[in-house]
Design a protein. Sequence first.
Length: 430
Amino acid sequence: MKDILFGCSKHIARYAYLRRDVENMEKLLKHIEVSSKLIVFSSRNKSNRLEALLYDNQLAFLDIHRFSVFSQLLQKWLIFNTSIESVVKEKGKYDWAKIDAELKEVSLFWLGMDDLNVLGGADTKTSKEITPSAVCPVPVYAIDISKSDVLCKFVDSQLVNSNSDYRYSEGMPEIMQMENELATVYAYSKTFVDFLSKNNFCPSCGGHVIPVELGSRLYCLGDSPYPAAAECKVNLKSNNVQYPRTDPCVIIALSDDTGRVLLGNNSQRHPTTSESIVDEVTGKKVEWKKRFFSCFAGFMEPGETIEHACVREVYEETGLILQEKDISIIESQPWPFPASLMIGCIGTISREEAVDSKINVHLDDELEHVQWFDRAEVAKVVSRKGKGFLSRTETVVEEWFCPPKESVAGRLIDHVVQTNKDPTADNGKF
């Protein structure tokens, strides 16, 4: 099966077990002036959101040795990581004032090694022709420069404003057009630097936290400003507040035993578009509207199983009752907006529930419209082999479309339409 978008992990070897290995850090230091790559993120752009630096509309991989401002910073950061490791190992305290001011302004993370050197440089596209025997592993880093005036000015003046091929990305739709290998690296790196950038103080005692283990976790310095604060509990043992969070979400494609597929429309998240064009069927000018329909999804809550969450979300969004026994778990997808794991499921609504009169979108008012679609029409739309229509008159045409099969939503919809009348029969992976 083709890798799902954001879920291809063939090119970056994470080597997570080496993140606290001082000998590995010293080896990485030697790579800085030879062959290391850097992915740049910043929120100082037109969107004011954390966006990635692109080259020729693809993720940019800067050769660190070509830019002294970055190579010197990376060297300083790696040296700090080697020195702080003994403090972390002994769960000791460290003086925030002793940390270099430049390091406080950035969030840095070592992704691992590009073992096949297939990701290319900033001005090269992904090569699929390099063989393992012909290359050496290349360290890859990610950095958020949003808080650094010096680095933001450098990137703007030396790259973005001086070379038309460089620019910052412009949101989720553009990222989803990337080659999957690059989209996956984007998701991996963005999730980590976003976590590091947003978490500056310990949730237990209020003291400063610093990224350690090459940016893969946070460590509390134990310098709480509150006199009555108890001993910080975060560093006493492994704690989930130290690591980047991944929020589990369930997403489910629904059908009934006649083969129909139930889909929903969220007009706030995906506004209906409209344009005046010539209808190819009638040859007349019409108002052509396009409305987006997809699966049903939502965050899991503490204490829920995946099946429980599916039942709850389906009821909240549609008013229909789904039975746990009619749910199968199919596949998952990392989703870096901002940091979720989409758990893909399919389910069958019983014949008694699958009636229009029972649909109720006003329980949580998240969806504007929920509708049953003929399986053949859904198959045509999800495969991009034809169009689906909600209504058609001489003056107005309303088309509907759904997610592409590169996303877990599109794959679940396709999974449903490709199966038999009971889409949950022996199809689950778990």
